[in-house]
Design a protein around this ligand. Structure first.
Ligand code: ZN
Length: 144
């Protein structure tokens, strides 16, 4: 288990640009504002989406391509470091015209239609860093 205590230093609130890549926009936002450790919440709509499901047996991601407009019913993510650079890990629940949901790990290739976000910058301890984890095959936070 890893547990570090942080305080919320700032909360950036705004809207992402239409047509932008959702995941990359969140990473750019963090980089532009110097956020190296943080938490984010977002919702709105996308023009198309690319989610992923991590196959625990195969230890690889399976792409979920959703080439249609969907609502972002909810999205959550965090900001930490990977190879010394800011890295955003996010998951989203997307809904269609009937309210049916698709959910998973948010991948590059998800295009914003409209998206409002809050990004909480955390301070008070060293940012967490991701490293390859032999048990899961994922890049997970390490340290104490
Ligand atoms: Zn994930």
């Amino acid at each position: 288990m890893i547990a570090r205590a942080y305080a919320v230093a700032r909360v950036l609130v705004g809207r992402l640009a239409r047509g932008a890549d959702l995941l990359e926009s969140l990473a750019q936002l963090a980089r532009q504002h110097g956020v190296r450790m943080g938490w984010c919440s977002f919702f709105g709509a996308v023009q198309r989406a690319r989610l992923a499901y991590y196959d625990q047996e195969a230890r690889s991601y399976r792409a979920i391509e959703l080439d249609r407009p969907l609502e972002i019913a909810t999205g959550v993510g965090n900001v930490s470091l990977l190879d010394g650079d800011v890295f955003v890990h996010a998951h989203a629940v997307l809904s269609d015209a009937e309210g049916r949901c698709y959910a998973g790990h948010l991948d590059a290739g998800t295009v914003v239609f409209a998206c409002e976000y809050a990004l909480f910058e955390l301070s008070g301890a060293e940012p967490l860093s991701r490293w390859p984890d032999a048990d899961t095959g994922l890049k997970l936070w390490t340290g104490s």
